[in-house]
Each structure stands twice: as structure tokens, then as C-alpha cells.
Design a protein around this ligand. Structure first.
Ligand SMILES: [Zn+2]
Length: 122
């Protein structure tokens, strides 16, 4: 049985999800997406998670922690290996930049997880 409107709701949820952290700032969303987020509990939950993450990252702005040595070494090796294999190719350079960005995001996620674990232990 097909329920009217389900397909468009799923499409709007996917569209909102693709916007990533932007979903946390409704004033910057396209009107149709902002309207959907206001009425969709799943998208509202995503927005709340992004706002909480932004708040937690903001609270770390003045905190200096040494990154675990294995983390930095692994990121540098991944970037160096990708750059070495893609020398001279613009497409490969874009891929290397994407990998570097992904590695930086992963390092940030690990840092937040470590911070949460340290905070929970107090
Ligand atoms: Zn939704």
C-alpha cells in the first residue's frame, strides 16, 4: 500500500540530511527544507545533534590538548601517500585534498570523543 506524501517526505529528509550541519541553522536553509525540518521529528533530532556538537566544539576553542602521536602520524602518512601517488594530476590533487579533509574531520571526531570520555570520567 502506498501512502500519499511519503515519497516527498523521504526526499526532503534526504535533502536535509545532505545539508549536514547546515540543518542546524534554519535561517540559512531553503524555505521548503526549513519548513520540512520544522515538521519532521527525525530532521529536528539531527538539527539538535548538530547544534550540540557545535556547542561542544565551541567550548573547546580555548582548550589546548596534545593530539595522540598515532593520530597525527597516521593522517600525515595518508596524505603523503596520496600526494605521492597523484603527483601532477589535478583530479588526483582534488582527491588528495578530499582525503585530507576527511582525515581532519575524523581526527576532530576522535578529539571530541576523547574529550567526552575525559569529561565523563570527571
Ligand atoms: Zn525529515
Amino acid at each position: 500500500m502506498r501512502v500519499a506524501g511519503v515519497r516527498s517526505v523521504n526526499l526532503l529528509c534526504r535533502t536535509a540530511r545532505r545539508l549536514g550541519p547546515e540543518i542546524a541553522n534554519p535561517s540559512r536553509l531553503p524555505a521548503v527544507v526549513a519548513s520540512h525540518v520544522r515538521s519532521c521529528l527525525r530532521c529536528q533530532a539531527d538539527a539538535v545533534r548538530y547544534r550540540r556538537l557545535r556547542r561542544e566544539l565551541g567550548s573547546l576553542a580555548d582548550r589546548i590538548e596534545a593530539a595522540p602521536p598515532f593520530l597525527l602520524t597516521g593522517v600525515e602518512q595518508a596524505i603523503s601517500a596520496q600526494l605521492a601517488s597523484s603527483a601532477g594530476s589535478r583530479q588526483h590533487a582534488h582527491l588528495a585534498a578530499t582525503i585530507a579533509g576527511t582525515a581532519a574531520a575524523a581526527a576532530s571526531a576522535v578529539a571530541v570523543a576523547m574529550w567526552r570520555r575525559a569529561r565523563a570520567a570527571v
